[in-house]
Design a protein around this ligand. Structure first.
Ligand SMILES: Cc1cc2nc3c(=O)[nH]c(=O)nc-3n(C[C@H](O)[C@H](O)[C@H](O)COP(=O)(O)OP(=O)(O)OC[C@H]3O[C@@H](n4cnc5c(N)ncnc54)[C@H](O)[C@@H]3O)c2cc1C
Length: 386
């Protein structure tokens, strides 16, 4: 069970009310509390974590949400700024792509093209050209994700400078970005493969329906470079974030669903607080909502002409379906069983044995012997996190 908040009933008023104790809510709450604001987090679930959460049942830990996450050069810098990065031990999460004719552990950028070339030898040249183009696109995109390009990582003038760098590099890459955002990944495959070939068929089915090349590239890059998993289970990260918020003087209330936002104003509405299912009416100088956008417009915001157009657009949007039409593709998370055992966690999932893992094992992390594949190896100046 999560530790209870210092108090069990919310006060009447806070500087900042955060709705939701997922990753976004807890990080927002931590920053606000660190900045001196009086903060409360209201979460409808019984614990933190949101869609990423894990649960304990009868001594077993289960990841019921994400199996890993891509940190995208955002999460780790944020955790560092908040001073808890070194308290957590992240391992690279490795994935295996298994289909009737492909079975590959994705340990680096070269593994997928090699596996596809071996599985579809008649299309090998096209495969290498296709992946070369992805690498070229990524070489232009990844600098945009650097910390010095991200305004939210900085304060004051430094944030403005980061925005300037980002805008400049977005402008320089505008044609490429436009193409990546407006071309479906599957349509891109058509430039390289004969339509009707097995490999073309495979790429047509891969990913979300109508997923853009941009998102596709994001997945590819994450598979080979940027999926992470905290030793002890994903929930350990939330336990630490939750403790941080409480240590900073914030308050967290579970099983406290927000049922309405209170608003003020005639022509322009301003959110002034929330009402909860338990009957609390709480005022907030600022209200940060991290839940579902549709629920926000459908259930929480009042009817008002100024919201009608946006409400219609939001409610008309369809939810992406993960890996739609790819039922024959099985991606299974390959976590690091040794460290999991060290931590006393019994995982209800198969792991990849250390002897099966390829790659550079020479740079060991003293804490887990995971080579360069954990954040602590990086901390010791031995590689790891890019
Ligand atoms: C099937 C699936 C697989 C995914 N796989 C991955 C992955 O492999 N890697 C990865 O990086 N990301 C993955 N994601 C995305 C990842 O889960 C989300 O990016 C992340 O959870 C977003 O965090 P959040 O805090 O914004 O929202 P959430 O995790 O949704 O948290 C929002 C919180 O707000 C609470 N809440 C909502 N409304 C209210 C209310 N009215 N009152 C009180 N509380 C409220 C919710 O209970 C929840 O705890 C996946 C998502 C899905 C759906």
């Amino acid at each position: 069970m999560p530790p209870a908040s210092v108090v069990s009933v919310p006060e009447k008023s806070y500087d900042v009310i955060v709705i939701g104790a997922g990753i976004a809510g807890l990080i927002a709450a931590a920053y606000a509390a660190r900045g001196g604001a009086k903060v409360c987090v209201l979460e409808s679930n019984h614990q933190a974590g949101g869609l990423m959460a894990g649960i304990w049942r009868k001594g077993f830990y289960f990841d019921v949400g994400d199996q890993s996450f891509e940190q995208g050069n955002v999460l780790f810098p944020l955790l560092k700024q908040l001073g808890i990065y070194d308290d957590l031990h992240f391992l690279r999460a490795r994935y295996r792509l298994k289909t009737p004719n492909i079975d590959v552990n994705i340990l680096g950028p070269a593994d997928l093209p090699r596996a596809f070339a071996e599985a579809f030898p008649a299309q090998a040249a096209a495969t290498y050209a296709f992946f070369d183009e992805m690498h070229a696109d990524l070489a232009h995109l990844l600098p945009l994700l650097r910390e010095d390009h991200n305004p939210i990582m900085h304060d004051g003038m430094s944030s403005i400078a980061a925005t300037g760098r980002l805008m400049r590099d977005v402008a320089m890459n505008a044609p490429r970005l436009w193409r990546l955002l407006h071309t479906r990944g599957s349509a891109r495959a058509a430039h390289f493969y004969d339509e009707g070939s097995d490999v073309f068929d495979f790429f047509q089915r891969m990913g979300y329906r109508n997923m853009s090349e941009f998102v596709w590239l994001g997945f590819m890059h994450s598979w080979w470079e940027d999926y992470w998993y905290p030793v002890g289970g994903i929930q350990t990260m939330f336990d630490r974030l939750e403790r941080l918020v409480l240590d900073l003087g914030g308050q967290i209330f579970y099983k406290r669903a927000v049922t309405a936002l209170t608003v003020e104003g005639q022509r322009r509405l301003r959110v002034t607080g929330v009402r909860t299912a338990k009957g609390d009416t709480i005022q907030g100088g600022r209200v940060i909502y991290t839940g579902d956008m549709k629920a926000l417009y459908q259930n929480l915001l009042p009817a008002h002409p100024s919201l009608d157009a946006t409400r219609q657009r939001v409610l008309a949007g369809s939810c992406a379906r993960l890996f739609a039409n790819a039922s024959h593709v099985l991606f299974s998370a390959l976590q690091h069983p040794q460290s999991a055992r060290n931590d006393g966690i019994r995982f209800a999932r198969a792991g990849l044995g250390r002897d099966q893992r390829a790659g550079d094992r020479s740079r060991k992390c003293p804490a887990c012997a995971a080579g360069s594949e954990c954040n602590r190896a990086a901390n010791n100046g031995q590689g790891g996190v890019a």
